[in-house]
Design a binder for this molecule. Structure first.
Ligand code: SAH
Length: 218
């Protein structure tokens, strides 16, 4: 069961979480505000009611996880979101990251390959507050050619390589934030698509994501 009440206690825990995330080096106040505004416990089973405000990843079923708040903040900060930008997210999972992007004013297109997780979000009433998020069931490696090009692409699963089709769906000047690596640990990279199609690559910290898997799972 999902909790539906956002109490003063939850709000207090959230404020503390924001300070933890800030303490780890996140400086973008809009991103920190988004974390402060979003009841993360809504995205988890009620068994995680208070744990939800620890800076940790938690299971959401199907062997998948809701990302750690610090990680969500880190990727969101690297994306440098501006209001009304069109963002493609690969790996909807709990939809927490998608809601953070929506709170930042983005138009979010998010894809999930696990049918059960996609269906669970259909029944998640809180998401009705965010009509700027569009949910898709499919293989993120394919992206969403019909809705391309995107200003930004965020990958929330570990990719062994940069998915070429997703680079094709980026606008010139657009950026992709992606954890790259085939093993347990990945490097966060930011790829900028330059005029003429050349790619600029910046490398940031190490993270540990669940793998990005090809094809969809019914
Ligand atoms: N953004 C999520 C993180 C979920 S973990 C959140 O905030 O909770 C990563 C998710 O990526 C998992 O749900 C996994 O099923 C999904 N995933 C992995 N490979 C994928 C692919 N090729 N296409 C779409 N989703 C994928």
């Amino acid at each position: 069961m999902r909790p539906i009440e956002d109490t003063y206690r939850h709000k207090g825990l959230r404020k503390k979480l924001v300070e933890v995330v800030r303490g780890k080096g996140i400086t973008n106040e809009d991103v920190l505000n988004a974390i402060n505004n979003i009841p993360r416990h809504f995205f988890l089973d009620s068994a995680f009611d208070e744990l939800a405000y620890e800076d940790r990843a938690f299971p959401i079923g199907e062997g998948q996880t809701i990302s750690q708040p610090y990680t969500v903040a880190y990727q969101s900060q690297l994306l440098e979101i501006k209001k009304f930008e069109k963002i493609l997210e690969i790996g909807t999972g709990s939809a927490y990251q998608a809601v953070v992007l929506a709170e930042l004013g983005a138009q979010v297109y998010t894809i999930e390959r696990q049918k059960k997780l996609f269906e669970a979000n259909k029944g998640f009433a809180f998401l009705k507050k965010y009509p700027t998020i569009k949910f898709f069931y499919g293989d993120g490696y394919e992206g969403l050619p019909t809705f391309a090009p995107f200003d930004k692409v965020i990958i929330t699963a570990a990719a062994p390589d940069i998915p070429v089709k997703l680079i094709d769906q980026l606008k010139t000047g657009g950026m992709m934030v992606i954890p790259v690596g085939a093993g347990e640990v990945q490097l966060m990279k930011r790829i900028t698509k330059l005029e003429g199609g050349a790619l600029k690559e910046e490398v940031f910290d190490r993270f540990s994501f669940v793998p990005m898997i090809e094809g969809k799972n019914s």
